[in-house]
Each structure stands twice: as C-alpha cells, then as structure tokens.
Design a protein around this ligand. Structure first.
Ligand SMILES: NC(=O)c1ccc[n+]([C@@H]2O[C@H](COP(=O)([O-])OP(=O)(O)OC[C@H]3O[C@@H](n4cnc5c(N)ncnc54)[C@H](O)[C@@H]3O)[C@@H](O)[C@H]2O)c1
Length: 347
C-alpha cells in the first residue's frame, strides 16, 4: 500500500460485489478497499468486517460522496445504476459499473450525455470478456488480417441454473448483453438488427420462462452473429465463441478451462476437463485484469476498456432484443448518432 493507492468503494455486495471487493483486497495492485455499501447493511457490515480498515456505509450515494473514496465499483442491480453512475459523474469519481449499464437505452443515453457534458471520461462498463485472455487473443488474431475478413461469430452462453425470478427478458438484458458486447468488440462495429427466438423451453426452467433462446445479430458491415443463451443448462457455466473468417476460424473458451485430466472411479476410466460452476470461476482472470486495468487507468487519470457508449449501445441492442423476443420478428436497433452525442468527447 502507498499513499497514492486508489481508494476504492464497492456499492452492492452480493455475488459480484463481494467478489470484486475480495479481488481489490487480495489481487489488485495500486488500490485499497476503503468502504462498501449495500441497503442490506448486515451483509455490508459482515463483508467489511472480514477485511482490515474497511468501513461499511449504509447509503450507497453517501459512499460515492465520501471524500476518502477516489473511485467506485458499482455492483448493485441494474435498476439503480443510473443514479449511482450519475452520482459518480457529479462527484468526479471514476466508476466501474457492472453490466448492464442501465435497464433501457434512454437511461443509458442520458449517462453518455452526462459524461460527455462533464468533459472528462469517468466510466468503464464491466464487460469483462474483453479482458479474458482467450477473447483478447481471438480479437488480436482476427485483427492481424491473416484470416481475412470476419464473416460470422457463434456465441454460446450457458449457466447451470438461475433463480426463478430470472425471467425471459432478463436472459436478453442481463445475459445476452455480454454476447452483444462481444460481437461489437470482435467486429469493431455496431449491431443494426436483432432477432431473438425461443423454442420449446427446458422442463427445468421456471414456469413461463423462455429458456434457451437463440438470437441473430446483423452487424453494420454485413456480418452475422448467432448466440445461444441457456441459463438453466444444469451442467455449469460454459461460455465460448467461434469466429469464422475468410481463411480460417478462431475459437475462444472451447474447453471452458485449460485443465484436461484422466480419472479412474468406480465406473471406470474417464477423460476430460471441468466445467466451471459459475462466472466467478470461469472469468476470474478476466475480472482480475479488468479491475487492474481500471485501477491503473484511474491512477493515470484515464479510462480504458468498454466505455459508457459501449454500455449504451449494448443496452440499445438488448432493448430491441426484448421487443423481438415478444414478437419473434427482427427489430432494427435504434441508436443515437455517436458523433453528435459525444462531440469532442468521442473515444
Ligand atoms: N460481469 C459479470 O459477469 C456479471 C456477473 C454477475 C452479475 N453481474 C452484474 O453485477 C450486478 C450485481 O449482480 P449480482 O449477481 O452480484 O447480484 P446480487 O443479487 O447477488 O447482489 C446485488 C446486491 O446489491 C444490493 N442492492 C440492492 N439495491 C441496492 C442499491 N440501491 N444500492 C446498492 N446495492 C444495492 C443487494 O442488497 C445485493 O446485496 C448486476 O448489475 C449484474 O448484472 C455481472
């Protein structure tokens, strides 16, 4: 620790926020966790007490305003992100906001505009796939030009299980949103149209929940992207993608982990690897790299990684995707003009 360490507060200490808090304390250089906040004050108190010198602050907005907090990780539910990111902008604090940036494209656009008006980039959105070593390598390989133009991308996104409160629209807004960002990241362009289809749901999904879903994105340059999202697959957290280009293909996340083993048990000998139980395991390295990049950039006075515009664009695609889910028809993505919105603040 040094006096220049970035003093971090974490808002929302459920699964993701607690994981980020532990990461800041144990695995991120140049940063110090100083405070956590959650309306579930017992949960925040308990987490704070598990570390040295971390305060539990009852009101998340008071944490943002606290003079001893330099930068904020927002890991609260999406419906409170708007007011919390706005508070960070008002107080001039760097914010790493978990996805989705907000719940609909209008509120996300308001944040992009507010940040641009302030004249200083402060927001990074938690699309950590961009920091995953395999996804980053896939992107670098495609960008090298050796494969020719990228034509297609196939994403797979499976969770073992979700709570019954995780409804059909959330599969689009909270899960598919990652694949939306992957498509924009890999192609380096916007998505212009989305179709979301649901077939016969799995018998283990909650009543009325359309799971799995398959979506098709049309990219501005003519590329196509398919994404399967299946949040009650029962097996584990499987996330991968395959890019198809003019002279070859590149796959990221094929085996979910690099581990390959043989094992003998009472049934005989088996070969294979392990499917990670959840996102915290599958993307542990990506989250570490994401938060480290955010800390390093904040200390330099910069923002790197997915911007508020990326958060807005992804939300706009998902807003169209929720409409498509309801009708089964392709829906055009309604996106503001980037140059007009960002003006000189374009990044
Ligand atoms: N990047 C990823 O891979 C990833 C994975 C999971 C979740 N997330 C995102 O992280 C965020 C949190 O998800 P989670 O899975 O940890 O949810 P969770 O339900 O486990 O935790 C949410 C926490 O936020 C608290 N909370 C509720 N209202 C709040 C408020 N106004 N201010 C502050 N905290 C509040 C709740 O009490 C709870 O402790 C969501 O935006 C989610 O989409 C991202």
């Amino acid at each position: 620790m040094s006096v220049q360490d970035l003093r971090i507060g974490v808002i929302g200490v459920g699964m993701m926020g607690a994981d980020h808090a532990e990461r800041v304390v144990n695995r991120v250089a140049g940063a110090r966790l100083v405070a956590v906040a959650d309306p579930d004050t017992a949960r925040a108190d308990q987490l704070a007490a598990s570390f040295d010198g971390v305060r539990s602050i009852g009101d998340p907005l008071a944490l943002v305003a606290d003079p001893e907090v330099d930068a904020v990780i927002i890991a609260s539910p999406g419906f409170v992100h708007e007011e919390q990111v706005l508070a960070c902008l008002e107080h001039g604090k760097y914010a790493l906001c978990e996805k989705p940036l907000t719940m609909d494209s209008e509120s996300s656009l308001r944040l992009v505009e507010a940040e641009a008006k302030g004249g200083r980039p402060l927001v990074q959105v938690g699309f950590m796939r961009r920091f995953d070593p395999e996804y980053a390598q896939l992107k670098a390989m495609l960008d090298s030009g050796q494969f020719g133009r990228t034509l297609l991308l196939h994403n797979t996104h499976r969770n073992a299980t979700v709570p019954d409160t995780f409804r059909s629209e959330m599969i689009v807004r909270d899960s598919l949103v990652h694949e939306v960002d992957v498509a924009r990241f890999v192609f380096g362009e916007e998505i212009v149209e989305i179709t979301v289809l649901a077939g016969t749901p799995t018998g283990v999904a909650a009543e009325g929940v359309l799971d799995p879903q398959v979506s098709l994105f049309r990219m501005a340059g003519g590329g196509l992207v398919t994404s399967e999202v299946f949040v009650n697959c029962r097996v584990g957290y499987e996330v991968r993608c395959e890019a198809v280009a003019e002279r070859g293909t590149v796959v990221a996340g094929q085996n979910s982990t690099g581990i390959y083993s043989t094992v003998a048990d009472e049934r005989g000998g088996y070969w294979g690897g392990q499917v990670p139980p959840d996102f915290r395991v599958r993307f542990a390295r990506a989250y570490d790299l994401e938060v480290q990049a955010w800390v390093d950039a904040s200390r330099r006075g910069e923002v790197v990684g997915p911007t508020s515009w990326d958060g807005y664009a992804a939300t706009a695609v998902c807003t169209a995707g929720m409409e498509s889910l309801a009708t089964g028809l392709p829906v055009k993505v309604d996106l503001a003009d980037r140059a007009t919105v960002l003006g000189g603040a374009a990044r």
